[in-house]
Design a protein around this ligand. Sequence first.
Ligand code: 9MR
Length: 345
Amino acid sequence: MHHGLEKSSLSSAAARNTLLFGTGLCTSDLLSQPLTRAILRDCSIVTPEYELKWDAICRDPDLPDYSAADQLMSFASDNNLAVHGHTLWWHEAVPPLLGTSSEDQFRDAALDHLRATMTRYAGQLHSWDVVNEPLEPADGRADGLRVTPFLSAFGPDYIETAFRQASALDPKAVLVLNEMGLEYASPTAERKRRQMLALLEREKTRGTPIACLGIQSHLTALEQPRDHPDLRAFLREVRAMGLSVMITELDVSDHLCPQDRRQRDALVAETYRAYLDLAFEEADVLAVSTWGLSDDRTWLNSFRPRPDGAPQRPLLLDRAVRRKPAWHAVRDALLNGRRAGARIQ
Ligand code: 9MR
Protein backbone atom coordinates (compact mmCIF):
# COMPACT_ATOMS: atom_id res chain seq x y z
CA MET A 1 0.00 0.00 0.00
CA HIS A 2 1.44 3.34 -1.06
CA HIS A 3 0.07 5.25 1.88
CA GLY A 4 2.19 8.32 1.30
CA LEU A 5 1.29 8.63 -2.35
CA GLU A 6 -2.46 8.65 -2.09
CA LYS A 7 -3.75 12.03 -3.13
CA SER A 8 -6.29 12.54 -0.44
CA SER A 9 -4.39 11.68 2.72
CA LEU A 10 -2.84 13.53 5.60
CA SER A 11 0.58 11.94 5.11
CA SER A 12 0.70 13.08 1.48
CA ALA A 13 -0.40 16.59 2.46
CA ALA A 14 2.33 16.61 5.11
CA ALA A 15 4.92 15.23 2.70
CA ARG A 16 4.50 18.22 0.39
CA ASN A 17 6.09 20.24 3.16
CA THR A 18 8.55 17.50 4.13
CA LEU A 19 6.59 16.85 7.28
CA LEU A 20 5.51 13.55 8.73
CA PHE A 21 1.95 13.03 9.92
CA GLY A 22 0.99 10.24 12.26
CA THR A 23 -0.85 8.90 15.26
CA GLY A 24 -0.36 7.13 18.53
CA LEU A 25 -1.48 3.51 18.27
CA CYS A 26 -1.54 0.34 20.32
CA THR A 27 -1.54 -3.32 19.39
CA SER A 28 -5.32 -3.64 19.84
CA ASP A 29 -5.85 -1.01 17.11
CA LEU A 30 -4.47 -3.51 14.62
CA LEU A 31 -7.46 -5.78 15.29
CA SER A 32 -9.75 -3.23 13.65
CA GLN A 33 -9.50 -3.32 9.89
CA PRO A 34 -11.15 0.05 9.23
CA LEU A 35 -8.80 1.70 11.72
CA THR A 36 -5.74 -0.07 10.34
CA ARG A 37 -6.71 1.02 6.85
CA ALA A 38 -7.11 4.61 8.05
CA ILE A 39 -3.70 4.50 9.72
CA LEU A 40 -2.10 3.22 6.52
CA ARG A 41 -3.90 5.82 4.45
CA ASP A 42 -3.23 8.86 6.60
CA CYS A 43 0.01 8.22 8.44
CA SER A 44 3.71 8.23 7.67
CA ILE A 45 4.76 7.88 11.34
CA VAL A 46 3.30 6.01 14.33
CA THR A 47 3.94 6.23 18.06
CA PRO A 48 3.34 3.23 20.33
CA GLU A 49 1.01 4.59 23.03
CA TYR A 50 2.41 2.46 25.84
CA GLU A 51 4.15 -0.64 24.48
CA LEU A 52 7.63 0.92 24.70
CA LYS A 53 7.19 2.33 28.19
CA TRP A 54 9.35 0.93 30.94
CA ASP A 55 6.45 -0.41 33.02
CA ALA A 56 4.93 -2.09 29.95
CA ILE A 57 8.19 -3.84 29.04
CA CYS A 58 9.09 -4.70 32.64
CA ARG A 59 5.80 -6.00 34.05
CA ASP A 60 8.17 -8.63 35.45
CA PRO A 61 11.38 -6.68 36.19
CA ASP A 62 13.48 -9.83 35.80
CA LEU A 63 11.97 -10.73 32.46
CA PRO A 64 11.63 -7.77 30.11
CA ASP A 65 8.99 -8.48 27.47
CA TYR A 66 9.31 -6.68 24.16
CA SER A 67 6.71 -8.71 22.27
CA ALA A 68 4.03 -6.00 22.05
CA ALA A 69 6.60 -3.40 21.02
CA ASP A 70 8.04 -5.84 18.47
CA GLN A 71 4.58 -6.37 17.01
CA LEU A 72 4.17 -2.62 16.42
CA MET A 73 7.69 -2.36 15.01
CA SER A 74 6.91 -5.11 12.48
CA PHE A 75 3.62 -3.49 11.52
CA ALA A 76 5.50 -0.24 10.91
CA SER A 77 8.34 -1.77 8.92
CA ASP A 78 5.98 -3.98 6.86
CA ASN A 79 4.08 -0.85 5.90
CA ASN A 80 6.93 1.56 5.53
CA LEU A 81 5.92 3.74 8.46
CA ALA A 82 8.41 5.68 10.56
CA VAL A 83 8.25 5.07 14.32
CA HIS A 84 8.50 7.61 17.12
CA GLY A 85 9.72 5.92 20.31
CA HIS A 86 7.69 6.88 23.36
CA THR A 87 9.29 7.02 25.92
CA LEU A 88 12.51 6.00 27.71
CA TRP A 89 12.47 7.88 31.02
CA TRP A 90 9.08 8.97 32.34
CA HIS A 91 8.17 9.17 36.03
CA GLU A 92 4.71 7.71 35.36
CA ALA A 93 6.12 4.62 33.69
CA VAL A 94 8.44 3.43 36.43
CA PRO A 95 7.72 -0.25 37.14
CA PRO A 96 5.87 -0.34 40.50
CA LEU A 97 8.28 -2.85 42.00
CA LEU A 98 11.11 -0.34 41.67
CA GLY A 99 9.31 2.06 43.99
CA THR A 100 11.01 0.49 46.99
CA SER A 101 14.53 0.23 45.58
CA SER A 102 17.52 2.24 46.74
CA GLU A 103 18.80 5.15 44.66
CA ASP A 104 21.72 3.04 43.44
CA GLN A 105 19.43 0.22 42.39
CA PHE A 106 17.09 2.63 40.68
CA ARG A 107 19.96 4.23 38.75
CA ASP A 108 21.23 0.87 37.53
CA ALA A 109 17.75 -0.27 36.54
CA ALA A 110 16.98 2.96 34.67
CA LEU A 111 20.26 2.77 32.75
CA ASP A 112 19.74 -0.93 32.00
CA HIS A 113 16.29 -0.25 30.63
CA LEU A 114 17.48 2.62 28.43
CA ARG A 115 20.44 0.62 27.10
CA ALA A 116 18.53 -2.60 26.46
CA THR A 117 15.65 -0.85 24.71
CA MET A 118 17.77 1.40 22.55
CA THR A 119 20.17 -1.38 21.62
CA ARG A 120 17.28 -3.62 20.59
CA TYR A 121 15.81 -1.05 18.18
CA ALA A 122 18.89 0.97 17.20
CA GLY A 123 18.66 2.25 13.63
CA GLN A 124 14.94 1.42 13.37
CA LEU A 125 13.31 4.48 14.87
CA HIS A 126 12.85 7.93 13.43
CA SER A 127 13.00 9.54 16.86
CA TRP A 128 12.82 8.94 20.61
CA ASP A 129 11.19 10.78 23.48
CA VAL A 130 14.25 10.25 25.63
CA VAL A 131 12.83 12.10 28.64
CA ASN A 132 9.13 12.80 29.08
CA GLU A 133 7.56 15.58 31.19
CA PRO A 134 10.64 16.76 33.11
CA LEU A 135 9.08 20.01 34.39
CA GLU A 136 6.56 20.63 37.16
CA PRO A 137 6.45 24.25 38.36
CA ALA A 138 4.25 23.18 41.30
CA ASP A 139 7.09 21.09 42.73
CA GLY A 140 8.66 24.41 43.71
CA ARG A 141 12.25 24.00 42.53
CA ALA A 142 13.95 27.08 41.06
CA ASP A 143 14.95 25.08 37.96
CA GLY A 144 11.38 23.85 37.55
CA LEU A 145 12.43 20.20 37.46
CA ARG A 146 9.77 17.73 38.48
CA VAL A 147 10.66 15.79 41.59
CA THR A 148 10.92 12.18 40.36
CA PRO A 149 12.93 9.04 41.11
CA PHE A 150 15.18 10.02 38.16
CA LEU A 151 15.97 13.36 39.77
CA SER A 152 16.56 11.76 43.18
CA ALA A 153 18.78 9.00 41.84
CA PHE A 154 20.92 10.96 39.35
CA GLY A 155 20.48 14.58 40.40
CA PRO A 156 19.59 17.33 37.90
CA ASP A 157 22.13 15.87 35.46
CA TYR A 158 19.78 13.00 34.67
CA ILE A 159 18.61 14.65 31.45
CA GLU A 160 22.16 15.02 30.19
CA THR A 161 22.92 11.42 31.16
CA ALA A 162 19.90 10.08 29.32
CA PHE A 163 20.57 12.01 26.12
CA ARG A 164 24.28 11.18 26.04
CA GLN A 165 23.53 7.48 26.45
CA ALA A 166 20.80 7.66 23.83
CA SER A 167 22.95 9.42 21.30
CA ALA A 168 25.75 6.87 21.70
CA LEU A 169 23.34 3.95 21.29
CA ASP A 170 21.26 5.24 18.37
CA PRO A 171 23.14 8.11 16.72
CA LYS A 172 20.68 8.39 13.82
CA ALA A 173 17.49 8.84 15.82
CA VAL A 174 16.18 12.35 16.47
CA LEU A 175 16.45 12.76 20.23
CA VAL A 176 13.44 14.52 21.69
CA LEU A 177 12.67 16.09 25.05
CA ASN A 178 8.88 15.75 25.32
CA GLU A 179 6.73 17.95 27.56
CA MET A 180 3.08 18.66 28.32
CA GLY A 181 1.38 21.95 29.11
CA LEU A 182 3.79 24.22 27.21
CA GLU A 183 0.98 25.15 24.86
CA TYR A 184 -1.62 26.56 27.25
CA ALA A 185 -2.49 30.18 28.01
CA SER A 186 -2.27 30.25 31.80
CA PRO A 187 0.30 31.83 34.12
CA THR A 188 1.46 28.30 35.01
CA ALA A 189 2.02 27.50 31.36
CA GLU A 190 3.99 30.70 30.88
CA ARG A 191 6.15 29.78 33.88
CA LYS A 192 6.70 26.35 32.38
CA ARG A 193 7.68 27.87 29.03
CA ARG A 194 10.28 30.05 30.74
CA GLN A 195 11.58 27.11 32.73
CA MET A 196 11.78 25.06 29.53
CA LEU A 197 13.78 27.74 27.74
CA ALA A 198 16.15 27.92 30.71
CA LEU A 199 16.47 24.13 30.76
CA LEU A 200 17.22 23.99 27.04
CA GLU A 201 19.82 26.78 27.35
CA ARG A 202 21.47 24.99 30.25
CA GLU A 203 21.60 21.69 28.39
CA LYS A 204 22.81 23.35 25.22
CA THR A 205 25.70 24.95 27.10
CA ARG A 206 26.75 21.53 28.36
CA GLY A 207 26.49 19.98 24.91
CA THR A 208 23.60 17.65 25.79
CA PRO A 209 22.50 16.17 22.44
CA ILE A 210 18.85 17.28 22.50
CA ALA A 211 17.78 17.84 18.87
CA CYS A 212 14.10 18.46 19.19
CA LEU A 213 11.43 19.65 21.60
CA GLY A 214 8.30 17.49 21.74
CA ILE A 215 5.16 19.46 22.49
CA GLN A 216 2.39 17.06 23.49
CA SER A 217 -0.47 19.42 22.58
CA HIS A 218 -3.45 17.98 24.44
CA LEU A 219 -5.63 21.01 23.69
CA THR A 220 -9.11 22.05 24.80
CA ALA A 221 -11.52 23.76 22.40
CA LEU A 222 -12.77 27.15 23.69
CA GLU A 223 -9.82 27.30 26.05
CA GLN A 224 -6.91 27.27 23.60
CA PRO A 225 -6.58 30.84 22.30
CA ARG A 226 -6.43 31.32 18.57
CA ASP A 227 -3.90 34.12 18.90
CA HIS A 228 -1.31 33.12 21.43
CA PRO A 229 1.57 35.62 21.46
CA ASP A 230 3.34 33.90 24.39
CA LEU A 231 3.39 30.54 22.62
CA ARG A 232 4.50 32.26 19.42
CA ALA A 233 7.43 33.93 21.21
CA PHE A 234 8.34 30.66 22.91
CA LEU A 235 8.44 28.69 19.65
CA ARG A 236 10.50 31.42 18.04
CA GLU A 237 13.07 31.15 20.83
CA VAL A 238 13.16 27.37 20.56
CA ARG A 239 13.89 27.72 16.86
CA ALA A 240 16.56 30.35 17.50
CA MET A 241 18.30 27.77 19.69
CA GLY A 242 18.57 25.49 16.67
CA LEU A 243 15.99 23.00 17.90
CA SER A 244 13.28 21.43 15.80
CA VAL A 245 9.82 20.63 17.17
CA MET A 246 7.58 17.59 17.06
CA ILE A 247 3.89 17.89 17.91
CA THR A 248 3.65 14.55 19.60
CA GLU A 249 0.19 13.88 21.12
CA LEU A 250 -2.23 16.33 19.57
CA ASP A 251 -5.94 16.09 20.38
CA VAL A 252 -8.68 18.62 21.17
CA SER A 253 -10.97 17.96 24.13
CA ASP A 254 -14.53 19.18 23.49
CA HIS A 255 -15.68 19.04 27.12
CA LEU A 256 -16.39 22.81 27.16
CA CYS A 257 -18.31 22.77 23.85
CA PRO A 258 -22.08 22.65 23.38
CA GLN A 259 -23.58 19.23 22.71
CA ASP A 260 -24.67 20.02 19.16
CA ARG A 261 -22.39 17.95 16.98
CA ARG A 262 -21.96 20.40 14.17
CA GLN A 263 -21.00 23.19 16.53
CA ARG A 264 -18.69 20.92 18.47
CA ASP A 265 -16.98 19.55 15.39
CA ALA A 266 -16.54 23.06 14.00
CA LEU A 267 -14.98 24.34 17.24
CA VAL A 268 -12.63 21.36 17.46
CA ALA A 269 -11.63 21.72 13.80
CA GLU A 270 -10.96 25.42 14.24
CA THR A 271 -8.79 24.73 17.28
CA TYR A 272 -6.66 22.25 15.29
CA ARG A 273 -6.30 24.66 12.40
CA ALA A 274 -5.32 27.75 14.38
CA TYR A 275 -2.88 25.77 16.51
CA LEU A 276 -1.10 24.13 13.59
CA ASP A 277 -0.98 27.37 11.59
CA LEU A 278 0.75 29.10 14.50
CA ALA A 279 3.18 26.22 15.07
CA PHE A 280 4.13 26.04 11.38
CA GLU A 281 4.70 29.78 11.28
CA GLU A 282 7.11 29.80 14.20
CA ALA A 283 8.74 26.39 14.59
CA ASP A 284 10.76 23.97 12.51
CA VAL A 285 8.14 21.22 12.80
CA LEU A 286 9.33 17.74 11.80
CA ALA A 287 6.16 15.80 12.49
CA VAL A 288 2.60 16.14 13.74
CA SER A 289 1.04 13.19 15.53
CA THR A 290 -2.42 12.96 17.01
CA TRP A 291 -3.12 10.80 20.07
CA GLY A 292 -5.30 8.32 18.23
CA LEU A 293 -7.11 8.78 14.93
CA SER A 294 -10.69 7.81 15.63
CA ASP A 295 -12.96 9.07 18.41
CA ASP A 296 -13.57 5.61 19.80
CA ARG A 297 -9.91 5.42 20.78
CA THR A 298 -9.50 8.56 22.85
CA TRP A 299 -8.26 8.67 26.43
CA LEU A 300 -10.34 11.81 27.00
CA ASN A 301 -13.66 10.13 27.89
CA SER A 302 -12.12 9.04 31.18
CA PHE A 303 -9.73 11.98 31.69
CA ARG A 304 -12.10 14.79 30.67
CA PRO A 305 -15.64 13.40 30.50
CA ARG A 306 -18.22 15.80 29.12
CA PRO A 307 -20.64 17.09 31.77
CA ASP A 308 -23.59 15.96 29.61
CA GLY A 309 -22.21 12.43 29.36
CA ALA A 310 -21.99 12.53 25.56
CA PRO A 311 -18.85 10.85 24.20
CA GLN A 312 -15.97 13.16 23.30
CA ARG A 313 -15.24 13.93 19.63
CA PRO A 314 -11.63 15.10 19.95
CA LEU A 315 -9.92 13.39 16.99
CA LEU A 316 -9.94 13.54 13.21
CA LEU A 317 -12.17 10.55 12.41
CA ASP A 318 -15.48 9.65 14.03
CA ARG A 319 -16.28 6.31 15.68
CA ALA A 320 -17.15 4.83 12.30
CA VAL A 321 -13.72 6.01 11.05
CA ARG A 322 -15.28 8.69 8.83
CA ARG A 323 -13.54 12.00 8.28
CA LYS A 324 -14.72 14.90 10.41
CA PRO A 325 -14.24 18.64 9.87
CA ALA A 326 -11.09 18.33 12.00
CA TRP A 327 -9.57 15.97 9.40
CA HIS A 328 -10.07 18.60 6.70
CA ALA A 329 -8.76 21.38 8.94
CA VAL A 330 -5.58 19.43 9.67
CA ARG A 331 -5.17 18.62 5.98
CA ASP A 332 -5.46 22.32 5.08
CA ALA A 333 -2.95 23.28 7.74
CA LEU A 334 -0.51 20.58 6.58
CA LEU A 335 -0.86 21.71 2.99
CA ASN A 336 -0.14 25.30 3.96
CA GLY A 337 2.72 23.80 5.91
CA ARG A 338 5.72 25.60 7.11
CA ARG A 339 6.23 29.14 6.02
CA ALA A 340 9.26 30.32 4.09
CA GLY A 341 12.50 30.03 5.98
CA ALA A 342 11.20 28.06 8.93
CA ARG A 343 13.43 25.10 8.12
CA ILE A 344 16.64 24.99 10.07
CA GLN A 345 19.57 24.55 7.68
O1 9MR B 1 -2.84 7.21 26.16
C1 9MR B 1 -1.91 6.55 27.00
C2 9MR B 1 -2.62 5.43 27.77
O2 9MR B 1 -3.05 4.43 26.88
C3 9MR B 1 -1.69 4.84 28.82
O3 9MR B 1 -2.41 3.93 29.63
C4 9MR B 1 -1.13 5.95 29.70
C5 9MR B 1 -0.15 5.41 30.74
O4 9MR B 1 0.94 4.78 30.12
O5 9MR B 1 -0.46 6.91 28.90
C6 9MR B 1 -1.30 7.55 27.97
O6 9MR B 1 -0.54 8.45 27.20
C7 9MR B 1 0.04 9.56 27.88
C8 9MR B 1 1.42 9.77 27.30
O7 9MR B 1 2.20 8.60 27.44
C9 9MR B 1 2.13 10.95 27.93
N1 9MR B 1 1.32 12.14 27.84
C10 9MR B 1 -0.05 12.01 28.33
C11 9MR B 1 -0.76 10.83 27.63
C12 9MR B 1 -2.21 10.72 28.07
O8 9MR B 1 -2.27 10.37 29.43
